[in-house]
Every structure is written in C-alpha cells, then in structure tokens.
Design a protein around this ligand. Structure first.
Ligand code: SIN
Ligand code: FE2
Length: 206
C-alpha cells in the first residue's frame, strides 16, 4: 500500500504514497467535517487575512485571531465543539507516526487546510502544542505542492520537497520545531479534488 520512505532531516521523513486506497475514505470524512465546521480564512494576530482556508476536527482545534494563536475546544464560527476526529483519520495518523519511528502517537487535533492555486503558507513552527515529544503528521491530498522544510531557526535555508496526493510527512524529535511552509500552489486539475490541495495535520495539542 505504501511506497518509499524519504528522509528529509534527522526526525523528519516523507512516507511516499502512504495513504494508498484510504484516500476516498479520508475525502468523504473531510466533506463531513467541513459540513459541520465550514472552511474559513482566519485572521493573524497582526490583522492579516490568511489565504489558506481552514477547519478542524478533534477535541480541540487550532485557531488564530487578534488575540493570538491557540487550541480551542470551541469553533468560534459556531460556538460549538469541533467535529469529532473520524476513526479513519486517527488510524492513519497513528500508523504513519509508527512507520516514521514514533510509537503510540495519539492525536487530539487535526487542522484541515485548503489551498487554491496561488495560495501559500509562509514558514512557521508548530509550537502551540503543550508537548513537543509527540510528532506532527501531515497528509497531502489533491494537487502537488512544494513543501518547504527548514531548520530550527528561520534563516536556515529550507529544503524544497515535492509532495503528491497520498504522501505523508512526519516530523518530530530533533525536527519537531523545524520551520516549514508551502510554496504558492500551482494551478492544475486533480482527478479527485479538482483545482485544490487539502492537507491534514495531526497534532497532540493537549
Ligand atoms: C501546516 O503547516 O499547517 C500545513 C502544511 C501543509 O499544508 O503541508
Ligand atoms: Fe505547520
């Protein structure tokens, strides 16, 4: 079901084609999540509108607004909790973490990002989680993209890693606080997702 494991840095790997035939189940669950917690563009603490559309599922969701970045059990758009994490999501995330050498990963949050042609995500660290001993598991679906993977400090030159539908990136350990981002999405047509890329990032936030 899965392809090669490509190391990016100590603690970071790409599991090529790890999603395999589970992609349809993931896409069906993404539909359910966004029906309950619709895509929205969040505002940065500095007041800029992010171009990536986001939603979440799990016990808590990652949110950004004028007050800052945080994990919140409540979806600010609805005032209710986020949709539960689908079993198919949690199972895939656990399997991918284990394949990358991180046993017993139990994600409690999944940020779902939607990129349209031209959309990018600037270099950042995932550091709003409480416990950096758990890895980040990132699942790419839809159009291919150039993923940027840097070091623990912003000036380190980022590697450019091409990611395709079904690839999974896992980073933890020495790479847990690596800067990462996404280059502007090139236009194209994906057979299952059309003109977009959807990314799931699984975190242990609490
Ligand atoms: C993220 O860093 O939150 C998402 C990365 C990606 O879309 O590949
Ligand atoms: Fe991130």
């Amino acid at each position: 079901m899965s392809g090669s494991t490509d190391p990016i840095a100590p603690g970071a790997v790409v599991l090529r084609q790890f999603v395999g035939a589970d992609d349809d189940a993931l896409l069906a669950q993404i539909e359910r999540v966004q029906a309950e917690a619709p895509w929205r563009c969040m505002v940065t603490p500095g007041g800029l509108l992010m171009s990536v559309a986001m939603t979440n599922c799990g016990a808590v969701g990652w949110v950004s607004d004028r007050r800052g970045y945080r994990y919140d059990p409540i979806d600010p758009a609805s005032g209710r909790g986020w949709p539960a994490m689908p079993d198919a999501f949690a199972r895939l995330a656990r399997r991918a973490a284990a394949a990358a050498g991180f046993a017993a990963f139990e994600p409690d949050a999944c940020l779902v990002n939607r990129y349209e042609p031209g959309t990018r995500l600037s270099l950042h660290q995932d550091r709003d989680e409480r416990d950096f001993s758990a890895p980040i598991v990132s699942v790419s679906l839809g159009l291919p993209v150039t993923f940027l993977f840097g070091g623990a400090t912003r000036p380190e030159r980022a590697q450019r890693v091409l990611l395709f539908h079904g690839d999974v990136v896992v980073w933890g350990g020495a790479a847990r606080l690596a800067f990462h981002g996404v280059a502007p999405l090139k236009d194209g047509q994906h057979p299952k997702l059309g003109r977009q890329r959807v990314n799931l990032t699984f975190r242990k936030a609490l």
